[in-house]
Structures are given as C-alpha cells and as structure tokens.
Design a protein around this ligand. Structure first.
Ligand code: HGY
Ligand code: MN
Ligand code: MN
Length: 417
C-alpha cells in the first residue's frame, strides 16, 4: 500500500497524486496483482475513472476511436493545446506508476490551478493512452500512433494470445475499427506534448534528485522466434539423435546475452518463452520466445540484430532444427524537442530543482507523438529505479515536486503565450 499520509498540509498535491494512483491501481484483471491490458474491461474502467478525475478539473472528456481517454480544457484565447499524458495499460504484475503517473499528475496540477482560479490562455488536453506496453498484442504504442496517424490499418488484424484481433477487441470495447482514422490529430492542434513518467532507472536516485529532463528515447525492436525441432520420447531417443527445440532455444538465448554484453549500449531481453507440447517426458518439438532489443543508437541496435540473427542461423544448422525469426515491432530512437525541453528545463529550475538531463532506455508514447508535435519528457525518481515490478514506488515529496514543475511549466507557457 502506498503511504499517502503527507506530513501536515505540505505535499497536498503529492498526497492527492498518490491517492488517485492508488485508486487506479485497484483496477486489475487479477485479484492479487496489477495487470491491466489494453482494450479489456479493466482498461475501460480505468478510462472511466481517469475521465471522472479529468471532469473534476472542468475538462470535457471523450474516448477516441482507438480507446484513448482524452480530457480537454479550453484556453481563454488560444485553441491550440498543450498535450499532457501517458498510458493507462500496464505490464503483467505491474507497478502502480508506470503510465498512470503521467495521467494523474497533470490532472492534479489542473485541479490546483482551478482551485486558485487560474485560467490559461491556451487549451490543455490530458490523454490516457490505450496501449503503450504492447503486452496484449504484438505491436505497441497503438494509442499514440493512432493520434499521430502512423498506425497502419493492417496492425488492427494482429491477434492476442487468444486469437482476438485488435479490431475485434476494439468492437468489444465499444469502438468502431473502421473509424480509426478519426483518432488522428493535426499538428496545428497542439503546442507540444509533455509526458511525465517514472525514470524506471537508478540515475536520479543515485544523484538524490527528484526529477530529470529526458534528452532522447531509445529505439527498440521486438521479434518472435519459433524453434521447430522434433518431439520425441524422453526415454528412448539417444541424446545424439535429438532435435530438441528447447535446448536449441536455450543456446540462442545465451548467444543473445553474449552478443549484447559484447556491444556497448545494447540491452536484449527474452521475456516470454513457450515450450510445446509441454510434457515432462516429451522432447520439446516447438519453442517460441520473444526478443526485445534496445539501444540509444539505432545503428548499434541494427548491428546487434544482425549478429543475433547470424548466431541463430548457425545454431539452427548445428542442431538440425528450423528457426523462424519474425520482427513484430520496430521504433527508431527519438530526440526530445529542444525548445519544449528548454521550457520544461526552466520550469524544473524555477521550481527550485537541479536540472539533470538524461536519456530514456525505456520506450514511451512520446516516441510516437514526435511524429505529430514537439515532445518533452519529465522523469520522476522511483525507488531503486525499479519498474515493471509491483515494488515500483515514488515518494509523496517527489509527487509534489512533479506537480509543482508542471504548474511552473503551464505558468511559463501562459506568460509566453
Ligand atoms: O517496454 C518499454 O520500454 C515500455 O515500458 N513499454
Ligand atoms: Mn511506461
Ligand atoms: Mn512500461
């Protein structure tokens, strides 16, 4: 349970952030852990809760054709909006902050401005993106790519583990997949996009800083790898005659680790593996595993991919198995916008915090939004840099700092408008 009791009256905003985060975290597909995959009933409930919180700031709320929940507060003189937000879907057995913090902190900031009777000259939109993690479906960034108009229609045919396509999931969610194009926004709609997100790494905590300014977001590639050998009797097939798909997959996984260790600034992860037929006395005939590869330099990542595919090819030959590799997703690395980052950087300093710039190894919706408008990201310290783990947490003081920096950013924008 996140301790949301703040000391005295200070940290009021921070306390509210943690309270709302806790409310959202109760919405899960699993009783004893937080799992909220996109376009599920629980995602719908999270959208509804976020929508109610947005409405409490005076925002008009809608759900777009891809299932993003969007709040809008008109400005007094400028139709263009500063867009804020992050994703409401989670990984399996997730932490409470990865995604929701970027939706809740802006909501609390607008609550503060409303309480102080401050009306902004420009519009503000807050968005809860429908699918950033890409856990339910092979692709990711569905919500933000739909907004940017870069979501290829054929992606809607991709299926989850139960064979349900994105298009079918959208219909079950109450959306019409044929209307996807209506989610696309115009660059002229926005002044820029600012995403607040936990750092998911150790740097800010290591330097005892509450917030940081993101310089760039690493690119990523995802593969599914299928190893086909020969199922057989565990007791009768001599070791030398086997085509054991699981041993071949294991050798591939070790090779992936060795190659990533040998290159500067590459991380490779095999997060999912399935062995079939999955009986203790049967030599595995088919193994499928995922591969997630990242680097802050696309050229380095491409080099790693080449080496890994070569090693897999050699292993297939040596072990007389067939190995199919399919790239299911790729996103180039993205630099944050200089001008908007300067605005955010000066808001950090004006709020009294040290300005620390750092890259993001994790992917974010901001990557996709860079195809639509200027992007900037505010990182928030998280305990031990832990994320994609229920131990994910931030302090009430850092939640407070986040809201104050956002408030300063909006105030600066209003002054410049
Ligand atoms: O995987 C990522 O980088 C992000 O958390 N979706
Ligand atoms: Mn995230
Ligand atoms: Mn994540």
């Amino acid at each position: 349970m996140v301790s949301i009791e703040s000391k005295g009256t200070q940290n009021k905003a921070g306390t509210k952030v943690l309270k709302y985060i806790e409310m959202l975290a109760q919405i899960s597909q699993e009783d004893d852990k937080l799992t909220r995959l996109s376009l599920t009933e629980q995602h719908r409930q999270a959208n509804a809760l976020a929508g109610i919180l947005m409405q409490s700031t005076g925002m008009e709320v809608r759900t777009d054709a891809i299932g993003n929940v969007i709040g809008r507060l008109e400005g007094t003189s400028d139709k263009r909006a500063l867009l804020l937000g992050s994703h409401l879907d989670t990984v399996r057995d997730a932490g409470k902050f990865d995604g929701p913090l970027g939706v809740i902190a802006p909501i609390v900031c607008l609550e503060l401005l409303k309480a102080d009777g401050i009306a902004l000259p420009f519009a503000v939109e807050i968005i809860g993106f429908c699918d950033e993690e890409g856990v339910r479906f092979p692709s990711t960034l569905l919500g933000s790519r739909a907004l940017a108009g870069t979501l290829a229609p054929e992606v809607l045919e991709e299926c989850d583990g139960k064979g349900i396509s994105i298009a079918e999931a959208l219909k079950a969610f109450g959306q019409d997949p044929a209307e996807i194009d209506t989610a696309k926004r115009n660059p002229s709609d926005f002044l820029g996009f600012v995403e607040v997100h936990i750092e998911q790494g150790p740097v800010l905590e290591g330097e005892n800083l509450p917030v940081g300014l993101v310089t760039a977001i690493s690119g990523a590639a995802r593969y599914t790898v299928a190893v086909t050998g020969m199922a057989g009797h565990a007791g009768t097939v001599p070791m030398g005659l086997r085509k054991d798909a699981l041993v071949a997959a294991s050798e591939c996984i070790i090779a992936i680790e060795q190659i990533c260790l040998s290159l500067p600034d590459v991380v490779g992860t095999v997060g999912m593996i399935q062995s079939k037929p999955g009986a203790g006395n049967v030599i595995p005939g088919l193994v499928e595993f995922s591969l997630d590869l990242r680097s802050s330099k696309d050229t380095t990542r491409n080099d790693a991919e080449k080496q890994i595919l070569g090693a897999i090819n050699d292993i297939a030959k040596k072990r007389r198995v067939t190995i199919d590799t399919q790239k299911t997703y790729e996103a180039a690395g993205v630099n944050c916008d200089d001008w908007l980052s300067d605005q955010l950087g000066s808001a950090i300093e004006k709020s009294g915090y040290t300005l620390r710039s750092l890259p993001s190894g994790a992917g974010h919706d901001a990557m996709a939004l860079a195809d639509l408008t200027r992007i900037a990201m505010l990182f928030v310290r998280c305990a031990g840099g832990i994320s994609h783990n229920p131990a994910e947490s931030i302090t009430v003081e850092d939640a407070e700092a986040t809201v104050q920096v956002l408030r300063q950013l909006l105030t600066n924008f209003a002054a410049d408008a």
